[in-house]
Design a binder for this molecule. Structure first.
Ligand code: HMG
Ligand code: MG
Length: 307
């Protein structure tokens, strides 16, 4: 299979952690429910392709996201120690109880930078989301779990329009102060551009947040995800979220489409000589297989070019 010619770039990290959200962010948005054995195989193949962080599912209300209502059954079928990080999404204490019961070692709470999305996604006000997360993070930490926190709508919101950097920094800092050790800044609807990425990362750094506590989560709605990822790396970010085959979206966010495709990101990183641990050929085979299960081609340009 073709590989990019290796030509290193300046001011970039030597290694990047790719945090694959395909099984969660990808499959939560599918119209049809994917059979649990297909999900389990998908996760196993991603781990075998060398991904070190794979977000497997969500312990949310099954009526809110029926696509992931099989979370318990799925986790019973997979080896949660197969990769260094295999987190699940957890919004509240009920979700945490379920995750602990299933034996997970890492959770991710998911906050919103805007009032409108907090209401739509969590049925809570912006302030009440922190009240919901506080005991979750405290109990998870006490149980020895790692905690990631997402902030959604960091670059724009479908109901409120522009979102101020200060607003995002204030929400993110509250989640870190609560005890999260990693913050994933979400461009939920994919509207961000590179200058905005720099401004946001600088906003956090100026507020005293170490850049290695930041991850970036780009959706590719407007085709900006790869340039945004490169800009984030130039600003010092070394954890990037992506979704195998470019699956994804959010059922509670108008106009959210697929995430940055993991294959497209890996092509760029390997061309720059940045270590990822990922076997691109095995990953493309996995996304091609998954596209067959879903009955439509992968939107990833690299999958299309290489498959
Ligand atoms: P609510 O209706 O306010 O819940 O929903 P509640 O606390 O009032 O509880 C109502 C009932 O639900 C109770 O049952 C609870 O036990 C039950 P009853 O006593 O009436 O029989 N319940 C649960 N059952 C199972 N698991 C649970 C759970 N919680 C409550 N965890 C809630 C509040 C947060 C639960 C709901 O709004 C929800 O599930 N939201 C999830 C939405 C979601 O998953 N969105 C997609 C993920 S976010 C995303 O994609 C963005 C991201 O990718 C980053 C980016 O792109 O920006 C992360
Ligand atoms: Mg997302």
């Amino acid at each position: 299979m073709r590989a990019p010619q290796l030509v290193p770039g300046d001011g970039l990290p030597s290694a990047v952690t790719i945090y694959d959200v395909g099984p969660r962010d990808g499959l939560q948005n599918e119209k049809a429910v994917v059979p649990v054995e297909v999900k389990a195989e998908f996760i196993g193949r991603l781990v075998d392709a060398g991904l070190r962080a794979v977000e497997t599912t969500s312990f949310v209300h099954p009526k809110w996201v029926p696509q992931l209502a099989d979370a318990e059954e799925l986790l019973a079928r997979i080896d949660l120690g197969a990769a260094p990080r295999m987190p699940v999404l957890v919004p509240n204490e009920r979700g945490l109880d379920r995750a602990l019961e299933a034996g997970v070692r890492e959770i991710a709470v998911f906050g919103s930078a805007t009032e409108s999305f907090a209401q739509r996604n969590l049925n809570r006000s912006l302030d009440a989301q922190f009240t919901m997360f506080d005991p979750v993070v405290a109990r998870a930490r006490d149980a020895g779990l790692a905690v990631r926190a997402y902030v959604s709508m960091c670059f724009g919101d479908p109901w409120e329009g522009d979102v101020a950097v200060d607003q995002v920094v204030s929400v993110g800092r509250r989640l870190l102060e609560m005890g999260a050790s990693e913050l994933s800044l979400g461009d939920t609807i994919g509207v961000g551009t590179p200058g905005h990425v720099s401004a946001l990362v600088n906003g956090f750094v100026d507020a005293g947040v170490p850049v290695d506590a930041l991850a970036m989560h780009f959706h590719d709605t407007y085709g900006q995800a790869l340039s945004n990822a490169l800009t984030a790396m130039r600003a010092g970010v070394t954890t990037l979220d992506a979704s195998a085959g470019g699956l994804g979206g959010c059922p509670y966010a108008e106009s959210a489409t697929g995430n940055l495709a993991t294959e497209d990101l890996v092509w760029q990183l390997h061309g720059l000589g940045i270590e990822t641990g990922v076997d691109l050929e095995a990953l493309v085979r996995t996304s091609t297989w998954m596209a067959g299960r879903l009955g439509r081609p992968s939107p990833s340009r690299v999958v299309q070019a290489l498959a």
